[in-house]
Design a protein around this ligand. Structure first.
Ligand SMILES: [Zn+2]
Length: 297
């Protein structure tokens, strides 16, 4: 029989912090004990890179969360084929600000989308980045008021969650990819119940082909079968229903699920100092999903 280690009090406190309260602090607090290695996200440099995409993409400022009197910007970067597109992909980048790989990957994703624009002509892509720009600048999971944005999809107290909701409503995406990182040692993805196993297998193969190492355990220590995939289960969905009904907390994956939209939440390993290894899966997954959407039905 497999021995299940008992969680420590510290681990239970951590779990409670993320799962029992939407507002964890009153400011964009940093995590000291989870071993997050910063990729040196620089807000001004990143904004300049995003604005420079404006000649080839539709770049808009969609919201301005502020912290200590300074306004930060959530950008929308959209391909210019919206009017004729048959499929629409929404990418959420940096919902948790301290998960830098999911943000600094964006210029490379844009470059690769342009490179593939002929093959992807019928697929419109919109990237919201960073969804939590205050957290990104402060190396914090949380927004300026200390909310975990990815728990706020019932009550929408945060400007960041409202910006994501607006993107869902205006774009009506066929697929959503949310770019995250976690304390596990390699990369995996959560799939909501609208992602088919066949599709997930093809996307995992695309990640491996690009050189990504798939995690065999998620960050709770649960074994992933297959490696790299945490699929939706009936039990997890029941917990989610109870959780959202009682505590009014919901992540984007469930918000998408309730609209019948498949969503993948990618988690690269934030303990790695290897920038390429952390950024690559985000780029490869977004491109692989876009190519899947371009396949004839
Ligand atoms: Zn996250």
């Amino acid at each position: 029989m497999m021995r299940v280690p008992m969680p420590t009090l510290k681990e239970l406190e951590k779990f409670a912090q993320y799962h029992l309260v939407r507002r964890v602090h009153d400011h964009p607090a940093r995590e000291e004990e989870l071993g997050v290695i910063s990729l040196g996200y620089d807000a001004a440099g990143f904004e300049a890179e995003v604005r420079a995409l404006g000649d080839r993409f539709d770049v808009r400022e969609v919201a301005h969360p502020s912290y200590r009197g300074k306004a930060h910007t959530i950008f929308s970067i959209a391909t210019k084929n919206r009017a004729r597109a048959k499929k629409r992909l929404l990418v959420l980048s940096g919902v948790h600000g301290n998960e830098h790989a999911g943000i600094v990957c964006v210029p490379e994703i844009a470059r690769r989308l342009l490179e593939a624009s002929e093959a992807l002509g019928d697929v419109a892509v919109e990237i919201l980045t960073p969804v939590n720009p205050v957290g990104a600048a402060e190396l914090s999971r949380f927004n300026a008021e200390g909310y975990d944005v990815n728990r706020d999809f019932v009550l929408f107290n945060t400007i960041e969650a409202r910006a994501v909701r607006d993107a869902f409503e205006s774009m009506k995406p066929d697929f959503v990819v949310s770019l995250h990182e976690g304390p596990q040692d390699a990369t995996f993805m959560f799939a909501n119940q609208h992602v088919t196993r066949d599709l997930a297998d093809r996307l995992l193969a695309a990640l491996v082909k690009g050189g990504t190492t798939l995690a065999v355990k998620d960050y709770f220590g649960a074994t992933l079968r297959p490696a790299g995939l945490s699929p939706s289960s009936a039990a997890a969905r029941a917990v989610m229903r109870l959780w959202s009904a009682t505590l009014k907390m919901m992540p984007t994956g469930e918000y998408a699920a309730r609209r019948g939209i498949p969503e993948l939440t990618l988690e690269s390993g934030w303990r790695s100092p290897d920038r390429d290894a952390r950024v690559r899966p985000h780029v490869d997954l977004v491109l692989a999903v876009a190519h899947e959407l371009a396949r004839p039905a």
